[in-house]
Design a protein around this ligand. Structure first.
Ligand code: ADP
Length: 402
Protein backbone atom coordinates (compact mmCIF):
# COMPACT_ATOMS: atom_id res chain seq x y z
CA UNK A 1 0.00 0.00 0.00
CA UNK A 2 1.32 3.46 -0.92
CA UNK A 3 0.58 5.99 1.82
CA UNK A 4 -1.16 9.12 0.48
CA UNK A 5 -1.83 12.58 1.86
CA UNK A 6 -5.06 14.45 1.24
CA UNK A 7 -4.68 18.22 0.94
CA UNK A 8 -7.85 20.27 1.58
CA UNK A 9 -8.56 23.92 0.85
CA UNK A 10 -12.07 24.81 2.01
CA UNK A 11 -14.00 27.95 1.11
CA UNK A 12 -17.53 29.06 2.00
CA UNK A 13 -19.19 26.89 -0.67
CA UNK A 14 -16.26 24.97 -2.10
CA UNK A 15 -13.80 22.27 -1.15
CA UNK A 16 -10.66 21.85 -3.25
CA UNK A 17 -8.66 18.68 -2.72
CA UNK A 18 -5.46 17.08 -3.94
CA UNK A 19 -4.14 13.61 -3.22
CA UNK A 20 -0.39 13.00 -3.05
CA UNK A 21 1.63 9.79 -2.98
CA UNK A 22 4.04 9.95 -0.09
CA UNK A 23 7.09 7.95 -1.10
CA UNK A 24 10.10 7.65 1.18
CA UNK A 25 12.47 10.59 0.81
CA UNK A 26 10.92 11.83 -2.46
CA UNK A 27 8.88 14.99 -3.10
CA UNK A 28 5.14 14.25 -2.61
CA UNK A 29 3.71 13.23 -6.02
CA UNK A 30 0.31 14.50 -7.12
CA UNK A 31 -2.08 11.67 -8.07
CA UNK A 32 -5.56 13.22 -8.16
CA UNK A 33 -7.00 16.70 -7.77
CA UNK A 34 -10.56 17.91 -7.70
CA UNK A 35 -13.17 20.31 -6.49
CA UNK A 36 -16.61 20.42 -4.93
CA UNK A 37 -18.40 23.68 -5.78
CA UNK A 38 -21.84 25.06 -5.00
CA UNK A 39 -21.90 23.32 -1.62
CA UNK A 40 -25.13 23.97 0.24
CA UNK A 41 -26.93 24.45 -3.08
CA UNK A 42 -26.53 22.68 -6.42
CA UNK A 43 -23.23 20.94 -5.76
CA UNK A 44 -20.79 19.84 -8.42
CA UNK A 45 -17.88 17.42 -8.07
CA UNK A 46 -15.03 17.01 -10.52
CA UNK A 47 -11.84 15.00 -10.15
CA UNK A 48 -8.87 14.78 -12.52
CA UNK A 49 -5.65 12.83 -12.61
CA UNK A 50 -2.26 14.54 -12.41
CA UNK A 51 -2.28 15.17 -16.19
CA UNK A 52 -5.63 16.93 -16.02
CA UNK A 53 -7.72 14.12 -17.53
CA UNK A 54 -11.21 14.17 -16.03
CA UNK A 55 -11.89 10.93 -14.14
CA UNK A 56 -15.36 11.67 -12.86
CA UNK A 57 -17.92 14.47 -12.62
CA UNK A 58 -21.17 14.56 -10.69
CA UNK A 59 -23.86 17.12 -9.89
CA UNK A 60 -26.32 16.99 -7.01
CA UNK A 61 -29.49 18.94 -7.81
CA UNK A 62 -32.78 19.82 -6.18
CA UNK A 63 -33.56 18.72 -2.65
CA UNK A 64 -30.51 16.50 -2.43
CA UNK A 65 -28.32 19.24 -0.92
CA UNK A 66 -24.68 18.64 -0.23
CA UNK A 67 -22.65 20.51 2.34
CA UNK A 68 -19.00 20.26 3.39
CA UNK A 69 -19.59 17.16 5.51
CA UNK A 70 -21.32 15.23 2.72
CA UNK A 71 -18.62 16.35 0.27
CA UNK A 72 -15.86 15.13 2.55
CA UNK A 73 -17.51 11.78 3.12
CA UNK A 74 -18.13 11.49 -0.63
CA UNK A 75 -14.43 12.12 -1.19
CA UNK A 76 -13.48 9.43 1.31
CA UNK A 77 -15.76 6.93 -0.40
CA UNK A 78 -14.53 7.97 -3.88
CA UNK A 79 -10.97 7.42 -2.69
CA UNK A 80 -11.81 3.99 -1.34
CA UNK A 81 -13.21 2.98 -4.75
CA UNK A 82 -10.35 4.48 -6.73
CA UNK A 83 -7.56 3.91 -4.36
CA UNK A 84 -5.47 1.49 -6.41
CA UNK A 85 -3.43 0.19 -3.46
CA UNK A 86 -3.31 3.61 -1.82
CA UNK A 87 -4.09 4.39 1.79
CA UNK A 88 -4.81 7.90 3.14
CA UNK A 89 -2.55 8.44 6.16
CA UNK A 90 -3.10 12.12 6.92
CA UNK A 91 -4.94 15.26 5.88
CA UNK A 92 -3.23 18.64 5.43
CA UNK A 93 -5.43 21.74 5.60
CA UNK A 94 -4.96 25.25 4.36
CA UNK A 95 -5.73 27.57 7.27
CA UNK A 96 -5.56 31.24 6.51
CA UNK A 97 -4.66 32.56 9.96
CA UNK A 98 -2.13 31.20 12.43
CA UNK A 99 -1.99 34.44 14.43
CA UNK A 100 1.02 34.96 16.67
CA UNK A 101 0.65 31.44 18.11
CA UNK A 102 1.45 29.35 15.05
CA UNK A 103 4.64 30.18 13.21
CA UNK A 104 4.85 26.72 11.62
CA UNK A 105 2.48 23.93 10.54
CA UNK A 106 1.00 22.03 13.46
CA UNK A 107 -0.52 18.62 14.19
CA UNK A 108 -4.15 19.26 15.09
CA UNK A 109 -5.53 18.20 18.47
CA UNK A 110 -8.35 19.59 20.57
CA UNK A 111 -6.26 22.38 22.06
CA UNK A 112 -5.05 23.44 18.59
CA UNK A 113 -8.66 23.55 17.34
CA UNK A 114 -9.59 25.74 20.29
CA UNK A 115 -6.69 28.11 19.68
CA UNK A 116 -7.57 28.30 15.97
CA UNK A 117 -11.16 29.17 16.89
CA UNK A 118 -9.85 32.14 18.86
CA UNK A 119 -8.37 33.49 15.61
CA UNK A 120 -11.75 33.57 13.79
CA UNK A 121 -12.25 37.30 14.54
CA UNK A 122 -8.96 38.00 12.74
CA UNK A 123 -10.20 36.36 9.51
CA UNK A 124 -13.98 36.09 9.83
CA UNK A 125 -14.59 35.45 6.14
CA UNK A 126 -12.02 32.66 5.74
CA UNK A 127 -11.04 31.02 9.03
CA UNK A 128 -14.46 29.46 9.87
CA UNK A 129 -14.53 27.70 6.48
CA UNK A 130 -10.98 26.42 6.94
CA UNK A 131 -11.83 25.03 10.39
CA UNK A 132 -15.03 23.28 9.37
CA UNK A 133 -13.42 20.30 7.58
CA UNK A 134 -10.98 19.92 10.48
CA UNK A 135 -13.91 19.49 12.87
CA UNK A 136 -15.73 17.16 10.46
CA UNK A 137 -12.68 14.90 10.12
CA UNK A 138 -12.23 14.79 13.90
CA UNK A 139 -15.84 13.67 14.23
CA UNK A 140 -16.20 11.34 11.25
CA UNK A 141 -12.67 9.96 10.86
CA UNK A 142 -11.34 9.93 14.42
CA UNK A 143 -7.69 8.95 14.55
CA UNK A 144 -6.86 10.45 11.13
CA UNK A 145 -3.84 12.75 11.71
CA UNK A 146 -4.52 16.31 10.55
CA UNK A 147 -2.02 19.10 9.99
CA UNK A 148 -2.92 22.79 9.78
CA UNK A 149 -0.74 24.81 7.37
CA UNK A 150 -0.95 28.58 7.63
CA UNK A 151 -0.94 31.44 5.12
CA UNK A 152 0.51 33.74 7.75
CA UNK A 153 3.41 31.55 8.96
CA UNK A 154 5.87 32.33 6.15
CA UNK A 155 5.91 36.00 7.20
CA UNK A 156 6.99 35.32 10.78
CA UNK A 157 10.54 36.13 9.71
CA UNK A 158 9.64 39.82 9.33
CA UNK A 159 11.13 42.32 11.74
CA UNK A 160 9.13 43.90 14.53
CA UNK A 161 9.26 47.23 12.69
CA UNK A 162 7.92 45.74 9.44
CA UNK A 163 4.90 44.29 11.25
CA UNK A 164 4.09 47.30 13.43
CA UNK A 165 1.12 49.63 12.92
CA UNK A 166 1.54 53.14 14.30
CA UNK A 167 -1.16 52.48 16.89
CA UNK A 168 -1.06 52.65 20.70
CA UNK A 169 1.17 49.99 22.23
CA UNK A 170 -1.61 48.07 23.91
CA UNK A 171 -3.18 47.38 20.50
CA UNK A 172 0.01 45.70 19.30
CA UNK A 173 0.05 43.67 22.49
CA UNK A 174 -3.48 42.43 21.79
CA UNK A 175 -2.45 41.19 18.34
CA UNK A 176 -3.28 44.17 16.13
CA UNK A 177 -0.28 44.04 13.79
CA UNK A 178 0.62 43.20 10.21
CA UNK A 179 0.56 39.42 9.62
CA UNK A 180 0.64 39.00 5.85
CA UNK A 181 -0.99 36.23 3.79
CA UNK A 182 -0.42 34.07 0.68
CA UNK A 183 2.47 32.56 2.65
CA UNK A 184 2.01 29.05 1.20
CA UNK A 185 2.43 30.51 -2.29
CA UNK A 186 5.50 32.53 -1.30
CA UNK A 187 6.97 29.50 0.46
CA UNK A 188 6.64 27.53 -2.79
CA UNK A 189 8.21 30.27 -4.94
CA UNK A 190 11.04 30.70 -2.46
CA UNK A 191 11.68 26.94 -2.52
CA UNK A 192 12.03 26.77 -6.32
CA UNK A 193 13.96 29.99 -7.00
CA UNK A 194 17.25 28.09 -6.96
CA UNK A 195 15.98 25.83 -9.79
CA UNK A 196 15.24 28.87 -11.97
CA UNK A 197 18.20 31.08 -11.10
CA UNK A 198 20.52 30.27 -8.17
CA UNK A 199 21.52 33.93 -7.76
CA UNK A 200 17.91 34.85 -7.01
CA UNK A 201 17.67 32.38 -4.14
CA UNK A 202 20.17 34.58 -2.32
CA UNK A 203 19.07 37.91 -3.69
CA UNK A 204 16.46 40.64 -3.22
CA UNK A 205 13.33 39.32 -4.90
CA UNK A 206 9.79 40.66 -5.09
CA UNK A 207 7.07 38.08 -5.73
CA UNK A 208 3.80 39.34 -7.22
CA UNK A 209 1.01 36.87 -6.38
CA UNK A 210 -1.70 38.21 -8.68
CA UNK A 211 -4.88 36.12 -8.57
CA UNK A 212 -8.38 36.90 -7.35
CA UNK A 213 -6.60 37.69 -4.12
CA UNK A 214 -3.41 39.64 -4.75
CA UNK A 215 -0.35 40.61 -2.74
CA UNK A 216 3.37 41.21 -3.03
CA UNK A 217 6.17 39.78 -0.90
CA UNK A 218 9.74 41.01 -0.57
CA UNK A 219 12.17 38.10 -0.14
CA UNK A 220 15.75 38.50 1.01
CA UNK A 221 17.79 35.28 0.90
CA UNK A 222 14.48 33.45 0.38
CA UNK A 223 12.71 34.71 3.51
CA UNK A 224 9.93 37.26 3.84
CA UNK A 225 11.01 40.73 4.95
CA UNK A 226 7.90 42.70 3.94
CA UNK A 227 4.52 42.13 2.33
CA UNK A 228 1.55 44.20 1.21
CA UNK A 229 -1.20 42.41 3.14
CA UNK A 230 -1.42 43.33 6.78
CA UNK A 231 -3.83 42.59 9.62
CA UNK A 232 -6.40 41.18 7.21
CA UNK A 233 -6.45 39.90 3.65
CA UNK A 234 -7.99 43.25 2.67
CA UNK A 235 -4.82 45.32 2.74
CA UNK A 236 -2.31 46.19 0.02
CA UNK A 237 -3.13 45.70 -3.65
CA UNK A 238 -6.63 46.07 -5.06
CA UNK A 239 -7.98 42.60 -5.94
CA UNK A 240 -10.85 40.96 -7.82
CA UNK A 241 -13.48 42.23 -5.38
CA UNK A 242 -11.40 43.62 -2.47
CA UNK A 243 -10.34 47.26 -2.25
CA UNK A 244 -6.77 46.79 -0.99
CA UNK A 245 -5.27 49.56 1.15
CA UNK A 246 -7.58 52.50 1.72
CA UNK A 247 -7.59 55.40 4.13
CA UNK A 248 -9.19 54.11 7.37
CA UNK A 249 -11.17 57.38 7.36
CA UNK A 250 -13.28 55.98 4.51
CA UNK A 251 -14.58 53.28 6.85
CA UNK A 252 -15.74 55.84 9.43
CA UNK A 253 -17.37 57.84 6.65
CA UNK A 254 -19.25 54.74 5.47
CA UNK A 255 -20.44 54.01 9.01
CA UNK A 256 -21.27 57.53 10.16
CA UNK A 257 -22.34 59.45 7.09
CA UNK A 258 -23.50 56.69 4.75
CA UNK A 259 -25.12 54.84 7.68
CA UNK A 260 -23.82 51.44 6.62
CA UNK A 261 -23.68 48.77 9.31
CA UNK A 262 -20.25 47.21 10.00
CA UNK A 263 -21.37 44.10 8.07
CA UNK A 264 -22.50 46.20 5.11
CA UNK A 265 -19.25 48.18 5.07
CA UNK A 266 -17.28 44.93 5.25
CA UNK A 267 -19.34 43.57 2.35
CA UNK A 268 -18.52 46.65 0.24
CA UNK A 269 -14.79 46.39 0.95
CA UNK A 270 -14.46 42.61 0.50
CA UNK A 271 -17.05 41.78 -2.15
CA UNK A 272 -17.98 44.87 -4.19
CA UNK A 273 -14.69 46.70 -4.62
CA UNK A 274 -11.42 46.09 -6.48
CA UNK A 275 -11.57 45.30 -10.20
CA UNK A 276 -15.30 44.59 -9.92
CA UNK A 277 -16.10 47.82 -8.09
CA UNK A 278 -14.10 50.11 -10.36
CA UNK A 279 -15.14 48.47 -13.63
CA UNK A 280 -18.76 47.84 -12.63
CA UNK A 281 -18.37 44.88 -14.96
CA UNK A 282 -16.37 41.95 -13.59
CA UNK A 283 -13.76 40.81 -11.10
CA UNK A 284 -12.25 38.59 -13.78
CA UNK A 285 -9.18 39.91 -15.59
CA UNK A 286 -9.97 37.90 -18.73
CA UNK A 287 -13.36 39.61 -19.02
CA UNK A 288 -11.86 43.06 -18.38
CA UNK A 289 -9.11 42.55 -20.97
CA UNK A 290 -11.79 41.43 -23.45
CA UNK A 291 -13.68 44.71 -22.97
CA UNK A 292 -10.80 47.16 -22.36
CA UNK A 293 -10.67 48.44 -25.96
CA UNK A 294 -14.33 49.49 -25.96
CA UNK A 295 -15.26 49.96 -22.30
CA UNK A 296 -13.55 52.87 -20.52
CA UNK A 297 -14.46 51.54 -17.06
CA UNK A 298 -12.85 48.16 -17.74
CA UNK A 299 -9.69 49.93 -18.90
CA UNK A 300 -9.74 52.22 -15.85
CA UNK A 301 -9.97 49.22 -13.49
CA UNK A 302 -6.99 47.56 -15.16
CA UNK A 303 -4.99 50.80 -15.19
CA UNK A 304 -5.65 51.26 -11.46
CA UNK A 305 -4.60 47.65 -10.75
CA UNK A 306 -1.34 48.05 -12.67
CA UNK A 307 -0.63 51.48 -11.12
CA UNK A 308 -1.08 50.17 -7.61
CA UNK A 309 1.07 47.09 -8.24
CA UNK A 310 3.83 49.28 -9.67
CA UNK A 311 3.65 51.73 -6.77
CA UNK A 312 3.69 49.00 -4.13
CA UNK A 313 6.62 47.29 -5.82
CA UNK A 314 8.45 50.61 -5.50
CA UNK A 315 7.81 50.51 -1.77
CA UNK A 316 9.15 46.96 -1.47
CA UNK A 317 12.24 47.88 -3.51
CA UNK A 318 12.88 50.47 -0.80
CA UNK A 319 12.32 47.88 1.95
CA UNK A 320 14.85 45.58 0.25
CA UNK A 321 17.35 48.32 -0.61
CA UNK A 322 17.18 47.35 -4.31
CA UNK A 323 15.88 44.58 -6.51
CA UNK A 324 17.57 41.58 -8.14
CA UNK A 325 14.48 39.78 -9.34
CA UNK A 326 10.73 40.06 -9.84
CA UNK A 327 8.51 36.97 -10.00
CA UNK A 328 4.97 36.92 -11.40
CA UNK A 329 2.67 34.15 -10.16
CA UNK A 330 -1.02 33.08 -9.68
CA UNK A 331 -3.84 33.39 -12.25
CA UNK A 332 -3.10 36.89 -13.57
CA UNK A 333 0.66 36.81 -12.96
CA UNK A 334 1.07 33.49 -14.75
CA UNK A 335 -1.29 34.17 -17.64
CA UNK A 336 -1.90 37.83 -18.35
CA UNK A 337 0.82 38.93 -20.76
CA UNK A 338 -0.41 42.54 -20.81
CA UNK A 339 -0.41 43.00 -17.01
CA UNK A 340 3.19 41.75 -16.87
CA UNK A 341 4.21 44.08 -19.69
CA UNK A 342 2.49 47.11 -18.14
CA UNK A 343 3.95 46.48 -14.67
CA UNK A 344 7.42 46.01 -16.15
CA UNK A 345 7.08 49.27 -18.14
CA UNK A 346 6.32 51.10 -14.89
CA UNK A 347 9.44 49.63 -13.31
CA UNK A 348 11.93 50.60 -16.04
CA UNK A 349 13.59 52.93 -13.49
CA UNK A 350 14.81 49.84 -11.55
CA UNK A 351 16.64 48.56 -14.64
CA UNK A 352 14.06 45.81 -15.28
CA UNK A 353 13.75 45.38 -19.04
CA UNK A 354 11.08 43.26 -20.68
CA UNK A 355 11.79 40.76 -23.44
CA UNK A 356 8.51 41.28 -25.23
CA UNK A 357 8.65 38.16 -27.39
CA UNK A 358 9.46 35.82 -24.48
CA UNK A 359 6.80 37.49 -22.33
CA UNK A 360 4.23 36.60 -24.98
CA UNK A 361 5.21 32.94 -24.81
CA UNK A 362 5.09 32.88 -21.00
CA UNK A 363 8.79 32.91 -20.11
CA UNK A 364 9.89 31.60 -17.72
CA UNK A 365 12.54 34.37 -17.83
CA UNK A 366 10.90 37.45 -19.37
CA UNK A 367 13.64 40.04 -18.82
CA UNK A 368 16.61 40.95 -20.97
CA UNK A 369 19.91 42.73 -20.35
CA UNK A 370 22.17 42.82 -17.30
CA UNK A 371 19.70 44.44 -14.88
CA UNK A 372 17.33 42.74 -12.46
CA UNK A 373 15.64 39.61 -13.81
CA UNK A 374 11.92 38.94 -14.18
CA UNK A 375 10.38 35.46 -14.12
CA UNK A 376 7.01 33.80 -14.52
CA UNK A 377 6.77 30.91 -12.06
CA UNK A 378 3.55 28.94 -11.52
CA UNK A 379 2.72 28.68 -7.84
CA UNK A 380 1.78 25.45 -6.05
CA UNK A 381 0.30 26.06 -2.63
CA UNK A 382 -1.06 22.52 -2.31
CA UNK A 383 2.38 21.00 -2.75
CA UNK A 384 3.63 23.17 0.12
CA UNK A 385 0.78 21.85 2.30
CA UNK A 386 1.73 18.28 1.31
CA UNK A 387 5.39 18.96 2.12
CA UNK A 388 4.54 20.57 5.47
CA UNK A 389 2.09 17.81 6.39
CA UNK A 390 4.70 15.19 5.67
CA UNK A 391 7.34 16.96 7.67
CA UNK A 392 5.01 17.30 10.71
CA UNK A 393 4.12 13.59 10.40
CA UNK A 394 7.81 12.70 10.14
CA UNK A 395 8.44 14.63 13.35
CA UNK A 396 5.53 12.83 15.02
CA UNK A 397 6.82 9.39 13.97
CA UNK A 398 10.32 10.25 15.15
CA UNK A 399 8.86 11.27 18.52
CA UNK A 400 6.87 8.02 18.78
CA UNK A 401 9.93 5.95 17.86
CA UNK A 402 12.21 7.59 20.46
P1 ADP B 1 -7.57 32.65 -6.76
O1 ADP B 1 -7.03 33.78 -5.94
O2 ADP B 1 -9.07 32.52 -6.69
O3 ADP B 1 -6.82 31.34 -6.60
P2 ADP B 1 -6.42 32.62 -9.42
O4 ADP B 1 -4.99 32.55 -9.03
O5 ADP B 1 -7.04 31.43 -10.07
O6 ADP B 1 -7.34 33.13 -8.25
O7 ADP B 1 -6.55 33.87 -10.43
C1 ADP B 1 -7.78 34.27 -10.95
C2 ADP B 1 -7.52 35.46 -11.88
O8 ADP B 1 -6.61 35.05 -12.91
C3 ADP B 1 -8.78 35.99 -12.57
O9 ADP B 1 -8.77 37.40 -12.58
C4 ADP B 1 -8.59 35.47 -13.99
O10 ADP B 1 -9.20 36.31 -14.93
C5 ADP B 1 -7.10 35.52 -14.14
N1 ADP B 1 -6.68 34.67 -15.26
C6 ADP B 1 -6.71 33.33 -15.34
N2 ADP B 1 -6.31 32.92 -16.57
C7 ADP B 1 -6.04 34.05 -17.27
C8 ADP B 1 -5.60 34.31 -18.60
N3 ADP B 1 -5.35 33.33 -19.44
N4 ADP B 1 -5.41 35.60 -18.95
C9 ADP B 1 -5.66 36.61 -18.09
N5 ADP B 1 -6.08 36.43 -16.84
C10 ADP B 1 -6.27 35.17 -16.42
Amino acid sequence: MTPVLIVLNAGSSSLKFQVYDMLDGAEPQLVWKGLYEGLGDTAHFIVKDADGTILEEKTWVGGNQTGHEEALMHLVSWLSQFREERKPVAIGHRVVHGGETFSAPVLVDESVVQRLELLVPLAPLHQPHNLEPIRIVRRRLPGMPQVACFDTAFHQTQSDIATLFALPREMRESGVRRYGFHGLSYDYISSVLKDYEPRLAEGRVIVAHLGNGASLCALKDGVSVATTMGFSALDGLPMGTRCGAIDAGVVFYMLREMKLSPDEAEGVLYKRSGLLGVSGLSNDMRVLRGHAATNADAKRAIDMFVYRITREIGSLVAALGGIDGLVFTAGIGENDVATRAEVMAGLAWTGLTLDDAINRTGGPCISSGDGPMAWVIPTNEELVIARQTRSVLGGMQAKLAS
